[in-house]
Structures are given as C-alpha cells and as structure tokens.
Design a protein. Structure first.
Length: 348
C-alpha cells in the first residue's frame, strides 16, 4: 500500500491546535470545579458573586493563554525552524507499507526514513489527521485529504494496527514500553508546595504540567494541595476574615472593661463624665477607644459606642454585625456592682 502526501506548516499547526483543544476539553471541568472550590473557600462575605465570576473569568483567560496560546506560539516557531533547516519536512513524500514496517521517501531529496513495527507505539485519528507515534520519536503525521476515501483510511489504519502490539494512547503505555528518554514527573518537587505563597505558584505549575504534559493525576493532586496550603495560610492570617473578627469580639469585653476604668478615672479628675471618648487622654497610658471589630470591618466610625446620659453613660461594642443596638452587641463584664458607678448596661 502506497500513499503520496506533502505536509505543510499549516498541517502541523492545525494538528497541534486539535491536540491542545482536546486536552483543554478534558481538563476544563476539573479546572472549573477546582476554581469553584477555591472561591467558595476564600469567599468571606466581603465580595459578591459578580466579582467572583470576574475573578474566575480572569483565571480562565490566564489558563487559556498558558495552556493554549503560549504552547501554540512555541510550536509554530519550532515548526518554522524545522522546515527551514530540514526541507524533507515539507517536501512531497511517498509512504509505503513494507514487511518490516513503514517506509517514507522524499520525491525530491530521496531522503528515506524507515519505522519498524516494533518501533511504532500507536496509530490514532486526531481530528482531520492520522498520527503515528514511535519510540524513536520519528512520528508520522498524515492528513485525511491524502486518502481517496474513508474506506482507504480504515484499510490503512487496520493494516498498521494489526501489525503493532498496542492500541492505546501513549500515556497509558507500561513504563517498560516507553523510551528511556521520556520525561517522568518528579513528585518530590511537591515538598516545595508546603511553602506558603511560593507553594501556590509551584502548585499551579504542577497542575498545568500534570494535565497537559505528564497527564498524571498525582501531579495534579499535589499541585492542588500546594494551592490549598497557601489558601489556608492566607485565611488563617487574614485579619479581615470572619474568624479573625470573631476572635477580636472575644477580646472586646476586656477592652471595654479597661475603658470603663478610664472613664471613671476621668470623672474623678473632672467631676463629670466625658462628652465623647475622644476627650479621654491619660498621660503615660494607652487608651483604646476604637473598636477593633469596626476597624477590621472598615467602618467609617470605629469608636466604641459611648453616650453620656445625664450623670450616667452607656458603653458597648456593635458586635460582629457592626450594627448598634442589636442582639450581638457586646457590653463590659465587670466584677463590681455597676450601681456604684455611672455605667448603664442594657440587659437584653
């Protein structure tokens, strides 16, 4: 069986585009699920879902550039260089099925390449192309347009398939069948993923290589763990997160208790309670009049709630919801009889 063909630069580029699209389709669901999980994990009530969708779109554009446009640009340049340096890449050639394997010969240069049946790994249809992969890396690309009919395509594929001892994609082949020069993932790099921030970048890179180069689920898994480690680190150190605000809410009572002492001391010195907390100025001592919860929640007015009512006063924190006079308001908790001082506590 003989087939005359002539691959152009566009043939190689179109084939590579098809490969990239197939890889992207297979991994897009996984990437979307991972992004949704991360955004849900990071979501802390501060951002709306519209902003989250913009973040997802931005990340997907970055992934698309990293996994499609950049590899395509590099491949196109590589093929252009190969065609310039090796004319047989684009010259008319004749393919012949012989007893020992597949032989291709240039019609102009006479350059001949033989691929034995033992050297051929697999033959498969990829879009409008037939791709034959070999252990010697002398891969062969044929466009369907070089065949006269679908029957001829089927006959060619069956003829090759019947003479090779494997029929599954290259990445499922047993390690003993692979070329000794094949690149294997180095899982130990995953240790670097445990480093916060840096680990997220390494983890993202491992996910991309795990999907598009190694096709190894463990590389992808290790990369995802690396990103989650950084996410957890950021969450645990984010002073604006709900968990951090709750921790500050516990300390508010102690701040309020101390502030009561400062207010009572102010009255001893001045005979009246201050009109506002800003009037309190004790030299040599640090007086905290700003509510940490309001400060972290980025409210305009961050002072504790203080109101002078005649010879009495009220003092409390607005609580986690940052709204005064609600169920989660925080009041001083003193071990003394408040009837002896001017503090009024709302016993709701």
């Amino acid at each position: 069986m003989q087939i005359e063909y002539q691959n152009s630069k566009q043939d190689f580029v179109d084939y590579f585009k098809t490969v990239l699209k197939e890889r992207f389709k297979k991994s897009i669901l996984f990437m979307l699920l991972m992004l949704a999980f991360l955004l849900y994990f990071l979501y802390d009530g501060k951002y709306n879902w519209y902003a989250s969708l913009i973040i997802i779109a931005g990340i997907l554009i970055f992934i698309l550039a990293f996994s499609y446009f950049v590899p395509l640009w590099r491949f196109t340049n590589k093929i252009s260089l190969s065609i310039k340096t090796k004319p047989n890449y684009a010259e008319p050639r004749i393919l012949t099925l012989v007893d020992d394997g597949i032989k291709t010969e240039g019609k102009i240069s006479g350059n001949s390449i033989s691929r034995t049946w033992e050297d051929i790994i697999t033959i498969k249809i990829v879009g409008n192309f037939i791709f034959i992969s070999t252990r010697s890396k002398e891969n062969l690309l044929l466009s369907k347009r070089w065949f006269s009919s679908k029957d001829e395509i089927s006959e060619f594929i069956n003829s090759v398939q019947s003479r090779i001892n494997i029929g599954v994609p290259n990445f499922f082949i047993n390690k003993s069948h692979r070329s000794n020069k094949s690149i294997k993932p180095r899982y130990l790099i995953g240790i670097l993923c445990l480093i916060p921030l840096v680990g997220a970048l390494i983890g993202f890179g491992m996910i991309m290589f795990g999907i598009f180069q190694y096709r190894d689920k463990w590389v992808v898994f290790i990369g995802a763990i690396g990103i989650l480690v950084t996410v957890y680190f950021i969450k645990s150190n984010d002073l604006h997160s709900k968990s951090s605000i709750k921790n500050f809410a516990v300390g508010d009572k102690y701040e309020l208790n101390d502030l009561v002492k400062q207010i009572e001391f102010y009255k001893l010195q001045n005979g009246v309670y201050p009109d506002s907390l800003k009037q309190i100025d004790v030299k040599g001592e640090m007086v905290i009049i700003n509510d940490p919860i309001l400060s972290l929640s980025e409210c305009k007015n961050t002072l504790f709630n203080y109101h002078r009512i005649g010879k009495k006063y009220t003092l409390f924190s607005s609580g986690i919801d940052t709204i005064p006079n609600t169920a989660d308001d925080i009041y001083p908790s003193l071990q003394i009889d408040t009837a002896k001082i001017g503090l009024i506590i709302n016993r709701r």
